[in-house]
Design a protein around this ligand. Structure first.
Ligand code: SD4
Length: 332
């Protein structure tokens, strides 16, 4: 018994109690995190990545005040960002791949672990809603490319040119000046929106949507539509989502890792930090390797952490409507 670790995790959400405790024989594995006994969870609450999260959160919040579920909240919240032509990394107006095609990735997950996802989807403005249809109207989780587009059209979505004149201009400038297939995801090239929400019932849902790595090789898919990488929810524990270089997030099953770290008793920020540390450990070259995670637990505690400085997330609850700067390890 001495050499083994015991994990006790009790989740009594109906009475607002969450206890997670690890007792280990060795000092380095002892984690105690349960001063929450008897405390009421902070709900409803929403967090989402980057500045555009403020507007998206407002829409999601309204949905929850109307009595809608956290699932409706995250879907309608991130749709705002998808439909914003001025956002260069999500939906309409997103930067295209190397050949000038805008290809979108998105996924959604609810409190019952239902999930839906689309990848390499073209000419559909709101991939998050197609992902929800995949989740609700098919026996599948993930649909890609032409099949996903045909499915969307069958479901009543309309085809639209997503390459705005401004995004086209940026792409053409890139082609003229740096005709290479792999620009980096760095402090200028990001903006995926990932959103986590907990409603009055204490149910957590999440959504993640992006146009991905600008000027990527045609056919490339990132972490954002991959359940467990770009987004993961386990309603007994909490949820997490990721932004930044998807390849690095996939390598450690990032969002799932964050949720599992919370299951072991870590607070959201600490869980995000440990996942970031794991990414750093797995990559010899950290130049331009920006990744950020946000997380929420059943108590409505939230946190974020990134490899490099500059990552922030939007927080909305009964008391706050603000941006929070995530902690980080490296300065640009
Ligand atoms: C991707 N993770 O496609 C996305 C990009 C991103 O902030 O999040 N940018 O790899």
């Amino acid at each position: 018994m001495k050499r083994r670790n015991f994990i006790t995790a009790v989740s009594l959400t109906s009475v607002g109690v969450f206890v997670a405790k690890i007792v280990g024989a060795k000092g380095d594995s002892i984690i105690e995190s349960s001063p929450n006994l008897g405390k009421e969870p902070n709900k409803p609450i929403i967090i989402s990545t980057w500045n555009h999260g403020l507007t998206a959160n407002k829409v999601a919040w309204k949905r929850m005040l109307m009595g809608n579920s956290s699932l409706d909240a995250v879907e309608f919240g991130v749709r705002v960002t998808e439909s914003d032509p001025d956002n260069r990394s999500v939906g309409l107006g997103g930067l295209p791949d190397r050949d000038g095609n805008v290809t979108l990735d998105a996924c959604i997950m609810d409190h019952e672990s239902n999930c839906g996802s689309v990848a390499y989807l073209q000419e559909i403005e709101n991939p998050i809603s197609v992902a929800r249809k995949v989740m609700e109207d098919t026996p599948h989780v993930m649909m890609v490319g032409k099949g996903a587009q045909d499915f969307a059209i069958e479901k009543g979505f309309v085809k639209k040119n997503l390459l705005t004149p401004e995004a086209k201009e940026e792409w053409m400038k890139w082609k003229r000046h740096k005709n290479i297939a792999t620009p980096t995801i760095n402090n200028e090239n990001h903006d995926t929106i990932g959103m986590l929400a907990m409603d009055e019932k204490g149910n957590i849902s999440g959504a993640c949507t992006t146009s991905g790595w600008a000027y990527k090789l045609p056919g490339r898919v990132g972490d954002s539509p991959i359940i467990g990488a770009g987004l993961f929810i386990d309603n007994e524990i909490g949820g997490a989502c990721a932004t930044g270089m998807g390849e690095a997030v996939i390598r450690i099953a990032g969002s799932h890792t964050v949720v599992e770290l919370m299951r072991q008793g870590h607070k959201p920020e600490e869980a995000c930090k440990l996942a970031v540390k794991r990414i750093q450990k797995k990559h010899k070259d950290l130049k331009n390797l920006q990744v950020g995670f946000i997380a929420m637990n059943k108590m409505g505690e939230v946190g974020g952490y990134s490899v490099y400085s500059g990552f922030n997330y939007a927080l909305k609850d009964k008391k706050n409507d603000k941006m929070v700067d995530a902690k980080y390890d490296l300065e640009w």
